[in-house]
Design a protein around this ligand. Structure first.
Ligand SMILES: Cc1ncc(COP(=O)(O)O)c(C=O)c1O
Length: 392
């Protein structure tokens, strides 16, 4: 901790604990204390820690080929892109390393698409309360001023609309709009699912003005909502032109992806975009293994999710401080009647790891392998925390 204080950029305020190892849904710190991991590295450790099949492929692939750049082919990008295509309904994939890079690529696709049609078609319409990442393009379309204010002026041509204001949305989208960006379930913003009606409206406006529709599923996609993607929760599904994804896909290794249809793909020609690290052999092979396991795991996830939501709603009936329980699958928000950041430390004392977003929303993004027994353990700790209520 002292070394980090002396040598690291002081941009994080970490909790005073040092993690040593993990197994399944559990983590241990250097003192040997055990924690139930309900946040999984902010939605990343999809199969928990030290999953035997993931460990096996990492060991094997690390001894064969970790990285070779995008100058050459390797055996895993093609099969992984095929799998992503089959599960998403999109046609093409670009691999990168993180969520914000996926969004950055989608922003470039939007500009590429717009500029081919007319010089002034570069505007982006995004949602208030959204979060799309920390690089300049992604930050520019993030609808939370607290993240943007220190870095303005950012990318021009971005309009934010409130999800409750359909008239403002209609007015914001014009023939100058290159793309509409929607975080299908707002995660950082407090676990707010965007309604099917709103997604339909976004599709209609994008079509009317020949803009691309982009769904950011970096936090809410890839199995977490109980379906492969959150836009598949509704029937009929509203199909985007571009999907951005990252967090859980390679079980902790950095991997992001942009999936798109042929129309969006044609906005990027040879040499217009690229990455050195993105889509390396190790990360892609792990992601392929993850997809095999995900198919087997989905029924368990759906069952455990229902059990978890049911138990949380029972807690809500007992504790008036719980205002709302919302989310889908294993993306869960519990909203309290007052700011609840102190719950994070109380959770750590109870051996539970989760975080709080938007001051009043306790956010849980547990590993997909969570069991009913572990939910019982979580509920036991959470009951104590809710009983304590406000800090003195
Ligand atoms: C919806 C969404 N988009 C983009 C990002 C940025 O991803 P990364 O932190 O991997 O750059 C995040 C990260 O929390 C996210 O939740």
């Amino acid at each position: 901790m002292d070394l980090e204080r002396a040598y690291l950029l002081q941009n994080y305020s970490r909790y005073p604990m040092v993690l040593k190892r993990g197994k399944g849904c559990w983590l241990w710190d250097i003192s040997g204390k055990r924690y139930l991991d309900l946040i999984s590295g902010i939605g990343v450790n999809s199969l928990g820690h030290a999953h035997p099949r993931i460990m096996r492929v990492i060991k094997e692939q690390a001894s064969l080929l970790i990285h070779s750049s995008n100058l050459y082919y390797h055996e895993y990008q093609g099969p992984l892109a095929k799998k992503l295509s089959e599960t998403s309904g999109m046609q093409r994939t670009f691999f990168c390393n993180s969520g914000t890079e996926a969004v950055e690529c989608a922003v470039k696709m939007a500009h590429g698409h717009g500029r081919r049609l007319r010089d002034d078609k570069f505007e982006i319409v995004a949602l208030e309360n959204s979060f799309h990442g920390r690089t300049v393009g992604a930050l520019s379309i993030t609808g939370q001023p607290k993240y943007r204010k220190d870095f303005e002026p950012l990318m021009p041509g971005v309009k934010f609309v409130n999800v409750c204001d359909e008239a403002a949305f209609e007015a914001a989208v014009t023939d100058r709009t290159a793309a509409i960006f929607v975080e299908t379930i707002q995660g950082e913003g407090g676990i707010y699912p965007i309604s099917a009606e709103w997604l339909r409206k976004a599709r209609e406006l994008a079509d009317r003005h020949n803009a691309l529709l982009v769904f950011d599923e970096i936090q809410c996609g890839i199995g977490r909502p109980g379906t492969h993607f959150a836009y598949q929760l509704h029937t009929p599904a509203v199909m985007p032109d571009i999907v951005t994804m990252a967090k859980p896909i390679a079980c902790g290794l950095p991997l992001g992806a942009v999936l798109c249809n042929e129309k969006a793909a044609s906005s990027i020609g040879p040499g217009m975009h690229g990455t050195t690290f993105g889509g390396g052999a190790l990360a892609c092979r792990v992601a392929l293994e993850f997809y095999d396991i995900l198919d087997e795991l989905m029924p368990q996830m759906q069952r455990v999710s229902a059990y978890f939501f049911d138990a949380l709603r029972q807690l809500q009936r007992k504790h008036s401080i719980i205002k709302d329980v919302r989310g889908f699958g294993l993306m869960i928000g519990v909203e309290t009647a007052f700011p609840c950041r102190h719950f994070v430390r109380q959770g750590m004392e109870q051996g539970l790891l989760f975080n709080v977003t938007h001051d009043t929303v306790l956010r849980m993004l547990p590993p997909y392998i969570l069991t009913e027994k572990e939910v019982d353990r979580a509920i036991k700790g959470l009951s104590k925390i809710f009983k304590n209520g406000k800090p003195e």
